[in-house]
Design a protein around this ligand. Structure first.
Ligand code: MG
Length: 391
């Protein structure tokens, strides 16, 4: 224990030291052919802050996160967000009662007026306490993502049926890993992550995936789609439209729903999104865009800050004018500090160290030639004054 404690303390101290410098440029590995941002890159957009909602209890629905599209929040007027799933798009005959949306058997599926693509979806549902029917005939409904593929809703409490049709199965494609369905009359929650299949030039480039948590328990783990799934027939991979409505199924049972909300998800890299590991073409375009933004920012700055920002820009995209201006500023800076007396030089210590570190980074990753007279002069100043970091 005596030996371990100092090691732990030393570890935390070095972590503190690192965190103090980890929020600037010239830090992690630079962008490459498929990553437009460097490692730990502060030019990368900050994640948008979202206020989380609250969890539901059996008695009360929770609240959605702040950026959710509320599809049914319990208000009678929420029914206006839905319509009958018919070509005429007429109002649905499903009813809202006591803050709950209830299927009216025989009235048909319902669909949202708004259309979606990749999303996180939250749905809560409850089966009639009065148990009727068996297997697929008991408490059957369904959540159809983009109106295409069904995550099954079924009273699967003590109700055996074909596994790829039980509650939270991707119907006709994959059964849930476990059955965590509560008794009829209790509320069940589905938290679903959906990615649509993607095709390019008629070829599948991503099968699409569905992840499902039922009552907080994982039942579908990034399950690859094989088309839309369906009844009796083996489905085949096929493209989905760009967007589609969310549909809820009328399968002849008065299933009730509450607290339905959805968060559209950013596109995957393969679908044109700005994530890690993009295509080379998209990466080049993004790097040019980042470089342009940095140069625009540099234009508002002066002195060392401007020079460093210009150098930073060439990490993303080289540019003769930016390189020339930054190099001229560097040479002027090196000349200026060389001529300072000891007291004035000490005032410039922070800038000198910052510029030297930037030049070492730029050299290490071959953004500038290793033979650079100004860099050598600054390094000499650092060494002569004993300013180099203690190892
Ligand atoms: Mg169904």
């Amino acid at each position: 224990m005596k030996q371990i404690l100092p090691k732990i303390l030393a570890g935390s101290l070095s972590l503190l030291a690192v965190s103090a410098i980890a929020d600037g440029p010239f830090y992690g590995d630079p962008p490459n052919a498929t990553h437009p941002w460097g490692v730990h890159d502060m030019n990368r957009p900050q994640p948008v802050h979202v206020y989380p909602g609250s969890f539901s209890s059996d008695e009360h629905p929770g609240t959605p996160p702040s950026d959710a599209v509320i599809l049914f929040g319990g208000r009678p007027e929420d029914i206006e967000k839905w319509q009958a799933d018919k070509p005429t798009g007429e109002p649905t005959k499903w009813i809202v009662e006591n803050g709950l949306l209830q299927c009216v058997p025989g009235s048909g599926y319902i669909r949202t007026k708004q259309e979606f693509s990749d999303c996180q979806l939250h749905v809560e549902w409850s089966e009639p306490e009065n148990i009727e029917g068996a297997s697929q005939g008991r408490g059957n409904s369904g959540v159809f993502l983009m109106g295409q593929v069904e995550v099954q809703v079924l009273d699967s409490y003590n109700n055996p049926t074909y596994p790829d049709g039980s509650a939270s199965s991707i119907y006709g494609i994959n059964p849930p890993m476990v059955n965590v369905i509560r008794p009829p009359g209790k509320w069940q929650t589905y938290d679903i992550v959906f990615r649509r299949p993607l095709f390019k030039d008629g070829k599948e480039v991503d099968p699409g995936y569905i992840t499902v948590f039922v009552n907080g328990v994982l039942t579908q783990d990034h399950t690859a789609l094989e088309g839309k799934g369906g009844h009796k027939s083996r489905s085949v991979a096929q493209p989905f439209p760009e967007t589609g409505p969310l549909k809820l199924q009328d399968h002849g049972n008065p299933v009730r729903f509450r607290n339905i909300w959805l968060r559209p998800l950013p596109k995957r890299a393969i679908d044109g999104g700005d994530t890690s590991n993009m295509s080379e073409e998209a990466t080049t375009a993004k790097r040019a865009e980042i470089a342009k933004g940095i140069r625009e920012d540099a234009a508002k700055l002066e002195g060392t800050a401007k020079m460093l920002r210009l150098f930073e820009s060439i990490v993303y995209q080289d540019d003769a004018a930016a390189r020339k201006e930054a190099t001229a500023a560097l040479d002027a800076f090196a000349g200026e500090v060389k001529a300072l007396d000891a007291a004035k030089l000490n005032d410039k210590k922070g800038d000198i160290l910052k510029v030297t570190a930037a030049l070492q980074y730029l050299t290490k990753f071959k953004f500038i030639e290793p033979e650079n007279a100004s860099k050598t002069a600054l390094e000499q100043l650092v060494n002569t004054n004993g300013w180099q970091k203690k190892k």
